[in-house]
Each structure stands twice: as C-alpha cells, then as structure tokens.
Design a protein around this ligand. Structure first.
Ligand SMILES: [Ca+2]
Ligand SMILES: [Ca+2]
Ligand SMILES: [Ca+2]
Length: 452
C-alpha cells in the first residue's frame, strides 16, 4: 500500500515538468496593455472633440486614456479592436473594408488585411488565426496570424461577429432581422466550421458575443423591439442557448464581462455598466450623451476566464473537499497577484476565474501537505492545469517534513476524534485515527521540503 520512494520520484518528475513548462516559448499572445478598449466611430468635430478613437479603460471600466486617435482619418466605420501580431492593435473597419494596424503608441502602421467588403467583427482564435465576419460575402473568413487568407470558415448570412468558445465551438451572430421573411439566429459551428445547431433563434440583428467566466454567453441584440421577436438589449444565456437574463440597453452593440464580474455594454451614444444580474445599469459619465458618440464593439485583454485543474493529495483517504487550501497565483517574478478562494470537489477538481494573462504559477498548500507550485499559462481561453500533486507529512505546517512533525504525530499517536490527544493534522492518511500508517507516510517523505 505504501510504496516507499514513490512520492519522491513523483516530486522529481513534477520538477522536471515544471522546468520544461517554464522553458516553453510564450509568444502566442500579443502583449497589449491590460484594459477594455472601446471604439467611438463618430468623426471628430464640435459635437464630439474626442471622435474616431480607441479609448482604454481598466478592467473595471475606469477611463485610462486613448490609445488610438482621436481624429483618425482612416477610420470610416470602425467596429472592434483586437490584438495583432508582434504587440500591435488591429481595428476592423466596415466602411474601409479593411483591418487597420497600429503600434502600441497609436502610430498607424497601415492596412493589415484589405478587400474584405462590409467587414464587421474580427476576433482571434485559440490557435492565433483570425475570424472575420464579412457581411457582403455572407461568410466568416479565417486568416493566419500574419493576416494571410486561409479559407472561408463558414457561410453565414449577414455575418456580424464570430467567437470561438472555450470548448472549440464557434458562435456567429448576424445582422439579419425578420425583414424579408428571415428568421434571425445565432449559429453554432464546430472548430472546423461544420454547422452544429442554432444557438438561439428570434433575436434580431445580433452583434457582439462574449463567453463569461462562468461559461454563460452574453449576446448584444441591436434591433428595435418587434412583435415577432426579442427586443434589443444584452441577453445572457446558459451554454446550451437557454435565455436566463436580459440587461436593458437600447441599440446594444458591444457586451463583455468586466474584471469585477459586472457587465459593460455599448449602445450607440452610451457606455453602460451593469451589476451582474441587474437589468438596469449606470451610464459612464463623459462617454456619450452630449458628445454624440457612437460606441461600437468591445475588446478586453483581461476578461475573466476559468482556471481548472485537479488537486491530488498523496496517500490520503479523506475527502479533498474538506481541506482548507492556501492558494496563490504568482507572476513570473514570483509576486503574488491573486489569492483565489479555491473550492475543491470531492474528487479534487477545482476551478476559479482570473483576469490575468501570461505565464504564472499556482502555489497550493493545505494542512499536513507540502506546498506545490505549478507553472501554467493563461490565455484568452483560460488555463487547464493537470494534476497538482501535494506530498504528505507536514504535520506542523512549516513546509518541511522533519523531526518536529514526527514529535507532533507521536503526541497524537493512537488517537481518534474522541481522544483527548486527537490532532487531525497528524492523521496523515485521513482515515480518522493516528496510527502506524501515518508514521509510514511521514517516514516515506522525511527530510523533504515543499516548494517555496
Ligand atoms: Ca464596402
Ligand atoms: Ca513540518
Ligand atoms: Ca490515519
């Protein structure tokens, strides 16, 4: 039952994997500054001195300044920003039938993709390719990370916005309404572009689609209310397309979850923030109103995404969900950037959400186990860690297995929860009593230390 040395070799294996993981290149995602990026497409003028710009907000919708413009002459009907290759911004432009490219300081670098008639949304897939929704051709077209046309991903009438979900499926909205006998819908495709099913039907002129940290789907519905369909606003759906909520916003174009779990939406002249699950929102002052702005779709470099994995408590017969976990997300310099509350299921699986992107590590410690620190990468699709294996035997919790753990265990020896000398931290195997088997676990891992 107790394979002496198994824990130690597992630890060396984990260390080797950690080294390999840290050595892996991290270049799949551009390093845009953290923020929520909104486009005001109205020309700069007396009615709107800040027109034709990309404004940057922090992840909770506080304005930080403009990153592109105002007064960009190449903007005709810009729709949405996107991360470009080599630390650049991209902006899709429906009027110029092209994708503009900018340096991080806002310098215009020229057209990244041209000849895309009636282009609406551009989004980046997990593999780095771009999905462009082309209204004139009625297709979602796929382009390489350097802007080379690959193929038509799917035929979609009046395609407006295509988003790859975390499970690999792609949802596509459409500017179709009920006019002309059409039935407006958001369609679901698999990762290769094969039609799967209608996600939702009867929502006229859908624009931005966003997958929330909890897996729910937000969709902006632009068209005015009609008797035979859903009125405009931001709708929240379960992953299967069941509508669960509506946020009130006329002429809704953009929708996204903010870092604090609230919702931001754009609706023509207004930018509105909603507490989660509250239909009435609050307009951001200074963005719209008398400025006659025209706010389009939203790009965020830090919307909440899930991190999931499975904690494996070595040589432990108890319930991992009954343990309390000390968890830190650390950046590549080792600084703690998040201390998520970890809810762990009884099979050890866990999930939390984060707004971070890039290379991080997850440090986990719990009673009588040594700390484990595992490197992982978070991208716009979140992160899935493998098993996080914690070694047993640290009775006193100082992250080393030493003589002091041995002494504390000895004090509790031969006890259970009814005993006066009962010490749950000494019940290493979690069987409800402190016995020779707990001693064997401690002996097996004696002299080991946990990760820092
Ligand atoms: Ca055109
Ligand atoms: Ca110890
Ligand atoms: Ca025991």
């Amino acid at each position: 039952m107790y394979n002496l040395g198994a824990g130690a070799s597992m630890r060396f294996l984990s260390s080797a994997l950690l080294t390999l993981s840290l050595a892996a290149p991290f270049g799949a995602w551009a390093s845009l500054p953290e923020g929520v990026f909104l486009i005001d497409s109205i020309n700069q003028g007396t009615s709107n001195p800040q027109g034709t710009r990309v404004a940057r907000f922090d992840l909770n919708a506080n304005y930080l300044g403009d990153v592109i413009g105002p007064g960009r002459a190449e903007f005709q009907t810009p729709q949405i920003a996107c991360e470009g290759p080599n630390d650049t911004y991209l902006v899709s432009d429906q009027g110029s039938d092209s994708v503009h490219q900018y340096a991080l300081d806002g310098t215009y670098l020229g057209e990244f993709i041209t000849g895309v008639d009636n282009l609406r949304g551009i989004t980046r897939r997990r593999n780095g390719n771009y999905l462009l929704a082309l209204g004139a051709a009625g297709v979602v077209a796929e382009y390489s990370p350097n802007g080379t046309y690959i193929r038509d991903f799917a035929s979609v009438p009046s395609a407006w916005f295509a988003l790859e979900l975390r499970n690999g499926d792609v949802l596509v909205s459409s500017s179709q309404t009920f006019s002309g006998g059409n039935t407006p819908k958001v369609r679901r495709y698999d990762s290769s572009g094969t039609f799967v099913s209608d996600f939702c039907v009867g929502y006229p002129f859908t624009q931005q689609i966003h997958e929330m940290g909890n897996g729910h789907i937000l969709i902006s519905v632009f068209s005015i209310p009609q008797s035979n369909g859903k009125g405009n606003g931001i709708y929240e759906f379960l992953p299967d397309g069941t509508e669960v909520f509506k946020y009130n916003l006329d002429g809704s174009r953009g929708c996204m979850e903010l870092g604090d779990g609230s919702i931001i939406g754009t609706g023509g002249t207004v930018v509105r923030k909603f507490a989660y699950g509250v239909a009435a929102g609050t307009d951001l002052t200074g963005f719209g109103g008398t400025l006659q702005s025209n706010w389009r779709l939203i790009y965020s470099s830090g919307f909440p995404v899930p991190v999931s994995g499975k904690i494996e408590l070595s040589e432990f017969l108890g319930d991992p969900s009954s343990q309390t976990y000390d968890v830190e997300v650390r950046n590549s310099q080792g600084a703690v950037v998040q201390t998520p509350t970890l809810s762990v299921a009884n099979d050890g699986s866990f999930k939390f959400t984060t707004t971070r992107r890039g290379q991080f590590s997850l440090a986990v410690k719990t009673s009588h186990f040594l700390r484990k620190n595992v490197a992982f990468i978070i991208d716009n699709y979140g992160a899935t860690l493998g098993n996080v294996v914690l070694l047993n035997g640290d009775v006193d919790g100082d992250n080393f297995v030493t003589i002091f753990d041995y002494l504390q265990l000895s004090t509790a020896f031969d006890s259970d929860s009814s005993s006066s000398n009962w010490d749950p931290a000494a019940d290493l195997d979690g069987d409800g009593s402190v016995t020779i088997f707990d001693y064997l676990i401690l002996s097996n891992n004696f002299d080991l230390g946990g990760d820092d």
